[in-house]
Design a protein around this ligand. Structure first.
Ligand code: AHN
Ligand code: ZN
Length: 335
């Protein structure tokens, strides 16, 4: 029997490995250098557009769960996400508030590239508070608030980002989540028994029952009170402990873009907000970009927080722009 011999000479092997090695190293050198240098410029965030989305929400009146304004605004938000090309999920849930009231809650999720494994989530609460319990006038303590900053601002920024994603998508998938029933926590004037975990009811529900089973994202960014006049954003300590890499990335990007006077690289005060439940229940590190005012005597969230003055006249397009543009430049640079 003849055995066909395949002659592999040492010279042939050398040449082969040489070519391969050379090809590899050249390619590696080029892409490495390119990946390090290329900073993607995100599309321009339109602050007028974001402002209009904030106003559209406050025009419904206070979006307190179980009211008509809340119901109508929920419809509006889901329609907007659909119009901007997202796959929309609605989560309806009956959630029990601090006083036993059952809240007819609705989390609204808009997914871009839902098939992609590489994702980030952007979130804000869309409900507004039933009590202006920090108002200077005691007569207002049981009145609901417009929540132009506390609620509508974060949602307004995210609607504008959704509109931008439809025009030019970033590489990875994005989920925009509007949490309900964040702001129905125990009022200051309550004196009786206290029910724990009384804030952030919508995000607690979502954390236990995500809109897609086994849902995962690399990280989340929560926007809370991101449109107030003179707004400033300090490192929020819970975020800084649990999502430090992302906090640093966001604040660095803000400074590169010229928003260093908004994004202060110092710690502010710790907040129990939706990001805590996103992190604890869904195990997704989440950064809270939230107004912190070190000068205000009544509240670290600023003088209009949980007062009837948290209305559209308190909203500044420049603050919306600083936050919206920063978030966009961060996510458009994810590979
Ligand atoms: C508490 O006051 C416990 N958390 C603040 C979270 C919040 C309220 N964000 C907006 N309104
Ligand atoms: Zn609030």
């Amino acid at each position: 029997m003849r055995i066909k011999k395949l002659f592999i000479t040492p010279m042939f092997l050398l040449t082969l490995t040489g070519v391969v090695a050379c090809g590899n190293s050249k390619k590696a050198d080029n892409t490495d250098a390119a990946e390090k240098q290329v900073v993607v410029k995100a599309p321009a965030f339109n602050a007028d557009s974001a402002y209009a989305y904030v106003q559209a929400q406050t025009d419904f009146g206070p979006r307190v769960p179980n009211t008509q304004a809340h119901k109508e605004c929920g419809e509006y938000l889901a329609k907007q996400l659909e119009k901007f090309g997202a796959k929309v999920y609605n989560q309806y849930a009956d959630l029990e508030a601090w006083n036993g009231t059952i809240l007819k809650a609705r989390n609204i999720i808009g997914a871009y590239k839902p098939e992609s494994k590489k994702r980030v989530m952007l979130c804000a609460h869309w409900d507004s508070r039933p009590y202006a319990d920090y108002d200077a006038d005691e007569k207002n303590h049981r009145k609901p608030i417009d929540g132009a900053n506390d609620g509508a601002s974060g949602v307004g920024v995210l609607l504008e980002i959704a509109r931008q994603i439809q025009q030019k998508a970033p590489e990875l998938g994005v989920d925009i989540i509007f949490f309900d029933a964040e702001d129905y926590g125990t009022p200051e004037w309550h004196t009786g028994a206290y029910k724990p975990h009384d804030w952030c009811l919508g995000s607690q529900y979502w954390g236990r029952t995500p809109h897609v089973s086994g849902y995962y994202a690399r990280y989340g960014i929560l926007l809370d009170m991101v449109g107030g006049k003179g707004g400033t954003f300090y490192y929020e300590p819970y975020s800084y402990r649990t999502a430090r890499k992302e906090v640093k990335k966001i604040w660095k990007k803000a400074h590169e873009l010229g928003y260093g006077s908004y994004f202060i690289m110092e710690e502010g005060s710790e907040v129990t907000d939706d990001h805590v439940y996103v992190n604890q229940l869904a195990r997704i590190p989440c950064v809270d970009i939230i107004n912190y005012d070190p000068t205000c005597e009544t509240s670290s969230f600023g003088p209009t927080w949980h007062t009837v003055n948290d209305n559209i006249s308190n909203i500044d397009r420049n603050t919306l722009k600083a936050v919206g543009q920063t978030v966009m430049d961060v996510i458009y640079n994810e590979k």
